[in-house]
Design a protein around this ligand. Structure first.
Ligand SMILES: [Zn+2]
Length: 116
């Protein structure tokens, strides 16, 4: 944590600056880990693999369509929960929502158009 007064680099979770003694305010809340967001992001990455395996006709172990939809839907749900967390990093949730949303829509539209 950087001291706002003297810019001394203190260890994280230190209450007072080791250099000048100024009380350190916690302004790094936005960087707090967002468990739901990270989970949503990871699931959305899994859904990419599931989707690419599903659309690969030469893959005999391809997952069923419902598997792709379940992973993508879970990615959307967890990412939304992550996005709703207050004072936490949002980039994983936003990335996860984008990725899993695109895969979910692509899968459903592709299914409706009989592409798969
Ligand atoms: Zn200081």
């Amino acid at each position: 944590m950087v001291c706002q007064k003297c810019n001394f680099q203190n260890e994280e979770n230190t209450k007072f600056c080791k250099n000048c003694g100024t009380e350190l305010t916690n302004n790094s809340k936005k960087n707090m880990r967002n468990g739901f967001g990270i989970t949503g992001f990871v699931i959305s990455l899994i859904s990419i693999f599931a989707f690419s395996a599903f659309t690969d006709n030469s893959n005999e172990n391809a997952p069923p369509l419902i598997g792709v939809i379940v992973f993508a839907a879970m990615g959307v749900i967890f990412s939304c929960l992550g996005f709703l967390q207050k004072n936490k990093a949002k980039w994983q949730a936003i990335s996860g929502l984008t990725i899993s949303g695109v895969i979910l829509i692509t899968t459903i539209i592709g299914r409706c158009l009989d592409l798969f």
